[in-house]
Write a protein of this length. Structure first.
Lengths: 312, 253
């Protein structure tokens, strides 16, 4: 695997003196989907801006396809497509013209068939002669994607592509992303919807206050940090957790009919065996057993919350 | 140079112009006609000739310059300010193009529009007054250089401006007075003594004088000085653009 985007110790201090990136290092493989999570103001957009040429990094080095984004900007940028967080479009321009314009400024020769294909895939073909201000919000977002794809980028940045987008369109967006990945495009997206990262990302990075807190394979991350819940349905409801079981982290739910044991999947011993033994000894009869994996959301909240207390 | 990109910007800007072609036509035609009615008829009935040229014909070069300069500045400044204002500038910043290519696209389009309007005004004027152009090549050269240099100035203004007020302030407070006082409607020689000297500090005087010379062979200042002045002005604008390019001033975060 070769690194498509290599970021080493990237720093950004804005003109006002605010340090938005405090030395971020990250390497993104060709063809992978990386989701960047982080609270508002964490520096996600700033990082993307530094890679794409919207902002100039004040330290460190960033390469795209092996080309330095500052020194070798033409080669680096021609590989990159960007869907910005804000819906920035000229209101009176026609869809077709604005998409053609983007392809042009990226130095690519006119190719109407290719643009037609993109617009069709994004269900925008019928709207190609509509003005931007005649489109719905979701369509505008798709126009932004069409523009970003117009010059066949190898790396696509999606800055909160599904913010304020309905469920159906969000699924559409995921499908588009999956298609692009299948075609070999490297994708970096930011999102506040953790289920989105969970659904489509290969790897997940978490940024908080200008620092990368973690980057990890999604599955590994979920097993490593994930906690599981064992939900034990009881034959007879209990009023309280029996004292014989006090050594376990247990709680009662659903009017005492379900005993919930939460445990760390990464721990050496999960304690499940021992719990079962103790339950039998206490004459508690169980009817059914289920487990539930905690979501990334919980991991994320823990992580950002922890840094919050660290800094305080 | 990434000429495909320059062409894309140029075409995009021009298409905006062609979409409103009728407006682009009508407003200069009407305003020129008004000038002729007001200045030509009202004033011209008192001043019938300036240095052997009928007053109506005398003001044509000045009128063309007035419109061309205003149009070049407003088109170029608005052309680059608008993407900054609505945020579409992200696209230019993330594209594999450099600042000079952006300048070429926007300034080229703004200069073309100004040139187009200048020609429309010339044609309209020829319907009102008998005109002659003694030095057509010099006339074209002056016209082109004026379109170009003031489009450059407008571009600089659009990059510099951080709100609409600033965008309008400079043309309103600086450029329009200079153009009006630059001898659009009179010959500098018609001014009282001391004002003639003061008028020579106005760069637009050299432009209009040179431009008028290419029509009627009449000039307030020697033609060589006029040429030098417009060349110097273009040079200064290019130098400022170059400086902005080197420093990345007010464009990228
Ligand atoms: N142009 C700028 N000048 C000064 N400070 C800026 C600028 N752009 C962003 N910042 C600051 O940098 C920090 C990071 O902003 P950034 O937009 O990168 O956050 P984000 O992670 O994308 O947040 P969100 O989830 O809200 O989009 C914020 O504190 C913001 O105020
Ligand atoms: Mg952001």
């Amino acid at each position: 695997m070769t690194a498509m985007v290599e970021i080493s110790d990237a720093r950004k201090v804005y003109d006002g003196g605010f340090e938005a990136l405090k030395g971020v290092s990250l390497s993104i493989e060709k063809g992978e989907i990386l989701a960047l999570l982080g609270p508002n103001g964490a520096g996600k957009t700033t990082l993307i801006s530094c890679i794409c040429g919207i902002a100039v990094p004040t330290g460190g080095q960033i390469r795209v396809g092996g080309h330095d984004v500052v020194r070798d900007f033409r080669k680096a940028r021609s590989l990159v497509g960007l869907v910005p967080q804000e819906v920035n479009l000229e209101p009176f321009e026609k869809v077709w013209n604005t998409v053609r314009f983007t392809r042009g400024v990226f130095g690519r020769p006119r190719d109407d068939a290719h643009l037609e294909d993109i617009l069709r895939r994004l269900s925008l073909w019928e709207k190609r002669y509509a003005k931007i201000n005649e489109l719905s919000g979701g369509m505008k977002r798709r126009v932004l994607i069409a523009k970003a794809l117009s010059h066949d980028p190898e790396v696509l940045f999606l800055d909160e592509p599904t913010a304020g987008v309905d469920v159906e369109l969000r699924r559409d967006m995921w499908r588009i992303v999956a298609d692009l990945k299948a075609a070999g495009t490297t994708i970096i997206l930011t999102t506040h919807y953790i289920e989105e990262a969970e659904a489509i990302a290969d790897r997940i990075g978490v940024i908080s206050r200008g620092s990368l807190m973690l980057v990890e394979e999604k599955d590994a991350l979920m097993t490593r940090l994930g906690r599981k819940e064992l939900r034990i349905e009881l034959q007879e409801p209990l009023d309280a957790v029996p004292p014989q079981l006090s050594e376990f982290d247990l709680s009662l739910e659903e009017d005492g009919r379900v005993l919930v044991y939460s445990y760390d999947t990464g721990a050496e011993r999960t304690g499940i065996g021992r719990l079962m033994t103790r339950m039998t000894e206490a004459d508690i009869v169980l009817r059914d057993v289920r487990t539930r994996q905690n979501s990334l959301e919980d991991i994320f909240v823990d992580l950002v919350h922890d840094t919050g207390t660290d800094a305080a | 140079m990434n000429w495909t990109a320059v062409g894309a910007i140029y075409r995009f800007e021009m298409s905006r112009f062609f979409r409103t072609l009728l407006q682009s036509f009508i407003s200069p035609v009407i305003s020129t006609s008004l000038y002729f009615v007001v200045f030509g008829a009202a004033i011209g009935s008192r001043i019938d000739e300036v240095e052997g040229v009928s007053y109506g014909a005398f003001i044509v070069p000045g009128l063309v310059m007035l419109s061309v300069i205003t149009q070049a500045i407003s088109n170029a400044s608005f052309g680059i300010y608008f993407p900054k204002f609505i945020g579409t500038i992200y696209e230019l910043l993330s594209a594999p193009i450099n600042f000079l290519e952006i300048v070429a696209g926007y300034v080229g389009a703004a200069a073309t529009k100004a040139l187009f309007i200048g020609i429309v005004i010339l044609i309209t004027a020829s319907l009102f007054v008998p005109m002659r152009i003694e030095h057509p090549f010099a006339m074209l050269a002056f016209l082109l250089l004026t379109c170009l240099s003031f489009a450059l100035l407008g571009f600089i203004l659009g990059i510099w401006a951080s709100n609409f007020e600033q965008l309008q302030l400079v043309p309103l407070l600086v450029v329009t007075p200079l153009v009006f006082l630059g001898g659009s409607f009179y010959s500098i020689s018609m001014l009282p003594g001391i004002w003639q000297k003061i008028a020579l500090a106005n760069p637009v005087v050299y432009l209009i004088s040179g431009f008028r010379w290419s029509f009627y062979g009449l000039a307030d200042v020697p033609i060589a000085v006029s040429l030098l002045a417009i060349a110097a002005f273009t040079g200064i604008c290019l130098a400022v653009i170059w400086w902005i390019f080197r420093t990345g001033w007010r464009i990228r975060d």
